[in-house]
Write a protein of this length. Structure first.
Length: 404
């Protein structure tokens, strides 16, 4: 009977009910769109970092991951091929690739510039680096024994283009100076502008010759799904623990990602609070007007034997129905708008520390939709608390007198 009465009361004032329902639906849809936009930003940022530089996992000596380490060539992994074979055997691992990082000087015949060098395996790296754009030239291949890729900023500062030659000066593992002349085969752009301003890439074997070693200092692991990172990190750590190596997840390697997520999480929490307050005020205003107009009705109900608690519960049930209906309508509206926006895409400027823009979309995730619906429904329900208590506290005589 309580539910039946609540539905009939809502249908008596259809315009007011529709307006209140629209306020709840708008708030829910806004939270779905905002939450989906932020989640898409997280996803695209994470995938860009994974597929331009870090991979899903990195294996190396503990010291190489220490903050401020400037000499990665001093923390080497012996026989990286055997370690790669063991990691490749873990289900869910797609590719592993050895890297040899070093620091040195790049000379274009006129000026020396400090650079961060990276010896890579071109084949597996090409499968990893799907987020790296080639601005000119081509990707490094297994045949490019004396070829290098140069970052965008570094190429501009030294005026290097594909076909140009440059000399690299680096210290060997034993501390002696060594030089090598290389041909620029391509200019690339990754996610990080700072990285592109000082990075060169060459074949792993060429870097090993330059540093006079047969070792590597990192094993980069590419997985078949990003969501498996946590579980496979544990499996990889168990595999390499006896070698004195550690496994780092991509979130741990990329501090920028963690800081960005923390920033946007706080901003989205404030946005949710603002929308909650807006919905609460909009629904509370409508419910207050309705309760004021129906005081005589509530007085009659109480005069006929209904207790004040029944009246307050009736108001809360009406608000709860409004909130539930508004949440459903808002979820449907938000999903529809999100689908249209995702189809069209939102051109976005480059994020901080990047030269590359991206096309944003709205991700419809169950937890985002669920949270938005819960906030909308809760706001509508809470808006009925004070009017319900006021109706309950009004005496029967005063309630009946309000009809005149």
């Amino acid at each position: 009977m309580l539910l039946h009465l609540a539905v009939r009361n809502l249908l008596r004032h259809r315009l007011r009910t529709a307006t209140t329902l629209a306020a709840v639906a708008f708030g829910v849809a806004a939270m779905i769109l905002a939450g989906g936009f932020v989640r898409d930003l997280y996803f695209q940022l994470g995938e860009s970092l994974i597929r331009s530089q870090s991979g899903h996992l990195q294996v190396g000596r503990p010291a190489i991951f220490a903050q401020g380490s400037r000499v990665p060539e001093q923390h080497l992994i012996s026989s990286p091929e055997g370690l790669q074979a063991r990691l490749d055997a873990i289900p869910g691992v797609m590719h592993t690739m050895a890297r040899l990082n070093f620091s040195g000087l790049l000379n274009n015949g006129k000026v020396d510039v400090p650079v961060v060098g990276e010896g890579i395996e071109p084949g597996p790296e090409a499968k990893l680096a799907s987020s790296v754009s080639m601005l000119s030239g081509r990707q490094l291949s297994d045949e490019d024994r004396r070829g290098v890729l140069v970052g965008e900023g570094l190429a501009k500062s030294l005026k290097l283009a594909p076909g140009d030659t440059a000399t690299i000066v680096a210290s060997t593992i034993d501390g002696a100076m060594n030089t090598g002349e290389f041909e620029v085969v391509g200019v690339f752009r990754s996610f990080s502008r700072d990285y592109d301003d000082r990075a060169i890439k060459m074949q792993l074997s060429a870097a090993q010759d330059l540093l006079a070693t047969t070792d590597a200092n990192l094993i980069v692991v590419l997985l078949d799904a990003t969501e498996k990172t946590g579980g496979l990190a544990i499996a990889a750590q168990n595999t390499v623990a006896t070698d004195g190596l550690v496994v780092k997840r991509w979130e741990e390697i990329n501090d920028f990602y963690a800081n960005t997520v923390a920033l946007y999480d706080r901003q989205f929490a404030v946005l949710r609070l603002i929308i909650l307050v807006m919905v609460l005020l909009a629904v509370a205003n409508a419910v207050n007007m309705s309760v004021f107009e129906r005081l005589s009705e509530f007085g009659t109900m109480r005069a006929l034997g209904n207790r004040g608690g029944f009246v307050a519960t009736l108001i809360l049930v009406e608000c709860g129905l409004l909130g539930a209906a508004g949440a459903i309508v808002g979820a449907l509206a938000g999903a529809s708008v999100a689908a249209v926006i995702s189809q069209l895409g939102i051109p976005m400027p480059p994020p901080p520390n990047s030269n590359a823009g991206y096309m944003a979309r709205i991700q419809l995730l169950p937890d985002v939709v669920g949270q938005a619906m819960a906030v909308g429904a809760a706001a509508a329900l809470l808006s009925g608390v004070m009017p319900g208590l006021r109706a309950r506290g009004t005496s029967i005589v005063d309630a009946l007198r309000s009809a005149h």
